[in-house]
Design a binder for this molecule. Structure first.
Ligand code: ADP
Ligand code: MG
Length: 229
């Protein structure tokens, strides 16, 4: 069976006047269909760097990224954008919604860019908003919603294209308990019912209990957290 995501010997470096900071140094990961995997570790250990690399938002200096067997390192920016649109859902720590569009269109827009009709895209958006308990907020712009509501719209947007790979970077960092529950429920559903591979950086123990595996970063490599001792 082809893995959803494979990272092989990933190297990531940041260069500045102070020199070269190697954040990832031979990170390996295989994520299969239906797997829900956690990523924990102190601030600055490289979690966001790893997730942005796996999510094709940033390019590695070395190693291989394979998405359903396709070599992403060989792709140009247009090819990476296409794969993101077709196969990936990314939930940022801060929501990155478009301020001038309402909730429905924030979700529908990426689908339309991907070739879905306006009608079908808006229908999908409304279904997802209802699932998130936001049916009444479809016409509201981000500035007219609470932080928790905005993050729920962002989750709906990330899941709208039925992604094979869902990546979430501390998605419940600043949320109230009810929103946190809804966010967890949708991430768990994506793995258990939809068969997506789901990778989540989080410190929330309630979510970690649902994980198949929990990983941490050590010296720029991924290791199994349960074997940390
Ligand atoms: P985490 O998400 O675990 O907090 P990050 O991946 O954000 O960690 O950061 C890992 C390290 O890389 C930190 O030391 C951080 O300061 C550094 N870093 C992150 N992004 C940049 C950047 N754009 N330029 C320089 N250094 C960066
Ligand atoms: Mg981070």
């Amino acid at each position: 069976m082809t893995a959803v995501l494979e990272l092989k010997q990933i190297v990531r470096e940041y260069r500045s006047a102070a020199g070269v900071l190697r954040v990832l140094d031979g990170a390996d990961l295989t994520l299969n269909r239906g797997e829900l995997v956690g990523l924990v570790g102190p601030s600055g250990s490289g979690k966001s760097t790893l997730l942005h690399t796996a999510g094709l938002l940033e390019k590695a200096e070395g190693g291989q990224v394979l998405l359903e067997g396709e070599d992403c390192m060989a792709l140009n920016e247009a090819g990476r954008t296409r794969l993101r649109r077709e196969k990936l859902g990314f939930v940022y720590q801060f929501h990155h919604l478009l301020p001038e569009f309402n909730a429905r269109d924030n979700i529908a827009m990426p689908l339309m860019v991907g070739g879905v009709s306006r009608k079908a895209a808006r229908q999908k958006a409304e279904t997802l908003l209802a699932e998130m308990g936001l049916a009444e907020r479809a016409d509201h712009q981000p500035g007219q919603m609470s932080g928790g509501e905005q993050q729920r719209v962002a989750i709906a947007r990330a899941l709208a294209n039925d992604p094979r790979l869902v990546i979430a970077d501390e998605p419940t960092g600043n949320l109230d308990p009810e929103t946190t529950e809804r966010v967890f429920a949708s991430l768990i559903r994506m793995a258990r019912s939809e068969g997506a591979a789901v990778l989540v950086a989080t410190h929330n123990m309630a979510l970690i209990r649902h994980m198949d595996r929990v990983l941490t970063l050590k010296d720029g490599k991924l290791t199994d957290f349960s074997q940390e001792g």
